[in-house]
Design a binder for this molecule. Sequence first.
Ligand code: 5GP
Length: 208
Amino acid sequence: MNNTNRGRLLVVSGPSGIGKGTVCKELLRRCSDLLLSISCTTRPMRPGDEEGVTYFFKTEEEFERMVQAGEFLEYAGMYGKRYGTPRAFVEKNLLEGRDVILEIETQGALQVIQRAKEDVTSVFLLPPSMRELHKRLVERSTETPEKARLRFESAYREIEYAEQYDFVIINDQLEETVEALRAILIASHYGAGRALDHMHALKEEQVL
Ligand code: 5GP
């Protein structure tokens, strides 16, 4: 039995190249009740992208209209492109008791951690070493060497945010990372604050 019926918002973040996508995909495969929040972005589609599956692709104007209308739970800019989490999907599912995962970069993650504190469990993924992160970024090579270098350099700043998260996992072995994340998600349902209604009900219960 869960402590309350409200769902949990699992925020997974970390520097570019850390493998957030792979980790989250595997977690989603193992947790059939967990839902992935699909973000909006102004970046162009890349091979493998699919509208409404990887992202909702928006023009600058559409994105700005959504910002003005307060439709994002968080949003951030990365290398001239914008990314945001649609608020309605997250709020509806949490209310209906479903867990939602956000796979987002650090600026946005910190906004969610501050704004939706009660509902959020945040996890930061760190690389085993900077050399390994560099290798993963270069090998992924979905971008030019110059862009990969920029992303690698910003990783040094991004990892400083790790201490603001609830949990940190060194993403060395995929299996271990995914299982740790699954354990964190399960445990996040059992925070003492979530059982207050039940504790009050117990006190009212007359047995003898
Ligand atoms: P990509 O363009 O490679 O798909 O994603 C670039 C970065 O944007 C990744 O670090 C990804 O986690 C992040 N990202 C994706 N969606 C969102 C979002 O809705 N909000 C924020 N803040 N970052 C996002």
